[in-house]
Each structure stands twice: as structure tokens, then as C-alpha cells.
Design a protein around this ligand. Structure first.
Ligand code: SMG
Ligand code: MG
Length: 373
């Protein structure tokens, strides 16, 4: 269904995190989020950009995303749809002449898709092919100053019902914290680690020590472009290797699978350019018997709604980083997502099924700009 877009709003919001989140590449204390609102003849649609303040997780960053949206992506979309409007399925092709900037593209495509689905009355989950009405939730636990602090944090999350714990690791914070968590919470705890590319292949023997702890997976141990090295590491350690940063498209996923660079894939819609490409990766991985799970970029309720819908697809067989709103923010901009028995419900309303609550949104907004033809 083609939607006529009259203009696009770019809105920045400042969302303090309930606690600092430390990874191998830095510490986040507040989320500076770019929201995209597409206005059509029939209504509006929302998308959230995954880009962080600084280009550390990947090369994108929020000011850059806003710039490329304003200067190139939105003008191209408005131009292409000026006469007949656009279907969300066409957005990827319209934006394809511009290299990279996948998180910016994803936010725009998501907003168009949300607007379209709100018009047709279909939910995101229904459109993507969700196979269940709720999804099991994991939580990503940052690097702490001490092991006792980490054990306290994990204890709180386990008590809240999270069904899987992911520990961030880096050189100097790996074997001992993992051992401590395993000893304290026992063998039944679903446990995995994420290095955010902090190691090199010369660390292979060291990383293989993690094999003793029966982890679900190790996520992105080596650099983003170390596809071949990940394949080699997979021959040295038993713990399944999962790629995150390395996979920016279905083509990358196909290459990684045929190389044997990973046996599991973290699917983050922003990182791969949107929910439609995320679904293509899901389909490809499923055809190859490769489990996938939904990653996170500390999203507000807008991005969370879409992620939870994606995580309900049949090939998402591992719990995702789809935590409840209060894991991140004291006050979310939508009705909060609240864990029930370790699960989040997949929204059923039209489109994302949630929208920012106007008063809350206004309170956290730091800037808005409007772009039209
Ligand atoms: O959204 O719960 C979340 C965060 C999950 O660990 C998480 N994300 O590499 O997977 C990852 C990181 C990227 C963002 S870290 C600031
Ligand atoms: Mg990761």
C-alpha cells in the first residue's frame, strides 16, 4: 500500500539511564535518541534510530544520522514518493544509492512502515510474521568495578524474572566474573557473554577458558571485519560464536554462515538497515538452521515495540536483549513495557501498537526539525 508522505519530523530526546552501562568501548549514562516521525495524508508513523552519541559501537552516531537523514535520505524519499506515495517495501531501494548509514535508514523505513500499518490496521508483529504473542526476555549486564557488585546486579535481574543473563566482558574482566556468576547462580542459569570486539585472535587460548562455563554463546569476540578470524576462533573454542557488529546485511550473514564464522546471529534491526532486512536475515538463518535472537541498543518504548514484534518470529529461538522499560529508564516515553514472568507481550494494536505519550515526550525533547519537499 502506497502512503503519501507530507513531511518528516526529526526529534531529539534526552533519556537518562537508571544506571551507567559500561561496555568494552565506553560508558553510557544517558541516551541521546533520535526519533523520526513521518506525517502522511492519513496519520503518522514513528521510528527510533539506534545510533549512540559517539561512533564507538559502530561508525554511526546520532548527529551524523540526523545529518544524513536531513541532507540525503529524507529528500530522496520525499522526491521518490512525491507523485504516488511509497510503500514501506520500496524505501530500502530508494535509499540504496546512499552507502552505509543503516541505522538512519532503518529509522526512516520503520516510521514509513508504522504509518502504513496504522492506516491498514495491521500490527508490526502480524506484518513481520510473528509466531507467538509474547517473547522471553534476557538482560545485558554491564562491566562493573567489582565482582560483588556484578553478583548483586545479576541477582536483582534474576529476581525480576529475566530468563537469560548476558555479561559484558573485556580483557581483564572475563573469566573471573563469568566463573563467579556461574558458581553463584548455578548451571541452570542461561548465561552468555558479549565482548564488543575487544579481543584479537591471539587471545584464542584465553577465550577458550570460557568453555568451562557452559555459555549459550560468546558474542562478537573479535573486530567487526574479522570474519575469517572468527571462523578460526570457532575451531579453537567450543562455546558457540555469535556475531553482532560484523553482520550489517543479509549478504554479510550469508558470508558468515558459509565461512563458518558464527553459529548464531544477533539481529539488530538498526545495524542491518531496518526490520525488512532483519527479517531477510531471519529467513536466511532459519533456512540454514542458524538460531537468531534480537539485540538491543537501549531503545525507548518505540524501538522496543518493534524489537519485541521481530523477536516473535519463529527463528528467534534464543531470548533477546528485549528488557523491560525500567531496565533502562525511570520513565519511558510510551506506556512502559513491563516483564510478566520473564516475558514481554507483543503489541497487537495497529503499527507499532504504542506511541509516545505527548506530555512525557515534550518533557524530554531537546530539539525538533521539520523537513518537507
Ligand atoms: O538494549 O538492552 C539493550 C542493550 C543490549 O548489550 C546490549 N547492546 O553490543 O549488544 C551490544 C550492545 C550494544 C549497545 S551498548 C551501549
Ligand atoms: Mg553485542
Amino acid at each position: 500500500m502506497k502512503t503519501k508522505i507530507s513531511g518528516v519530523e526529526l526529534r531529539r530526546i534526552a533519556m537518562p539511564l537508571v544506571a551507567p552501562f559500561r561496555t568494552s568501548f565506553g560508558v553510557e549514562t544517558s541516551r541521546d535518541v533520535l526519533l523520526v516521525r513521518v506525517v502522511t495524508a492519513d496519520g503518522e508513523g514513528w521510528g527510533e534510530c539506534g545510533a549512540m552519541s559517539e561512533p564507538r559501537y559502530c561508525s554511526e552516531y546520532v548527529d551524523g544520522a540526523q545529518n544524513v537523514l536531513r541532507s540525503f535520505l529524507i529528500p530522496a524519499l520525499l522526491g521518490a514518493g512525491a507523485k504516488d506515495g511509497v510503500d514501506a517495501q520500496e524505501v530500502g531501494r530508494i535509499l540504496d544509492p546512499f552507502t552505509g548509514h543503516r541505522m538512519a535508514k532503518a529509522a526512516l523505513e520503520t516510521a514509513v512502515l508504522d504509518a502504513q500499518l496504522r492506516t491498514t490496521g495491521e500490527s508490526f508483529g502480524g506484518y513481520l510474521g510473528a509466531a507467538r504473542d509474547r517473547v522471553p526476555c534476557g538482560v545485558s549486564v554491564g562491566i562493573m568495578d567489582t565482582v560483588p557488585q556484578l553478583l548483586d546486579a545479576v541477582d536483582r535481574y534474576v529476581t525480576e524474572g529475566y530468563v537469560r543473563i548476558k555479561l559484558k566482558i573485556e580483557p581483564g574482566w572475563d573469566i573471573e566474573p563469568v566463573r563467579a556468576v556461574r558458581e553463584r547462580f548455578g548451571d541452570d542459569l542461561l548465561l552468555q557473554v558479549d565482548a564488543n570486539a575487544a579481543y584479537t585472535l591471539t587471545d584464542a587460548q584465553h577465550l577458550a577458558k570460557l568453555d568451562a562455563f557452559d555459555l549459550l554463546l560468546i558474542e562478537q569476540p573479535l573486530a567487526n571485519d574479522d570474519m575469517v578470524q572468527h571462523a578460526q576462533l570457532g575451531k579453537v573454542m567450543r562455546t558457540p560464536i555469535c556475531l553482532d557488529e560484523s553482520i550489517e546485511s543479509a549478504a554479510h550473514a550469508a558470508a558468515a554462515i558459509s565461512l563458518g564464522a558464527c553459529s548464531i546471529i544477533n539481529v539488530k534491526p538498526g545495524r542491518v538497515g531496518g526490520y525488512l532486512e532483519a527479517r531477510r536475515i531471519h529467513d536466511l538463518a532459519r533456512a540454514h538452521g542458524i538460531p537468531v535472537w534480537c539485540g538491543g541498543m537501549l531503545e525507548t518504548g518505540i524501538g522496543r515495540a518493534a524489537n519485541v514484534a521481530l523477536a516473535a518470529l519463529p527463528g528467534f529461538t534464543l531470548p533477546g536483549d528485549t528488557s523491560g522499560s525500567h531496565r533502562y529508564f525511570a520513565t519511558d516515553i510510551t506506556e512502559p513495557f513491563v516483564l510478566d514472568d520473564g516475558h514481554l507481550d507483543v503489541p497487537t494494536g495497529p503499527g507499532l501498537g504504542v506511541a509516545p505519550l505527548p506530555d512525557l515526550l515534550k518533557e524530554v525533547t531537546t530539539s525538533t526539525e521539520w523537513i518537507e519537499l
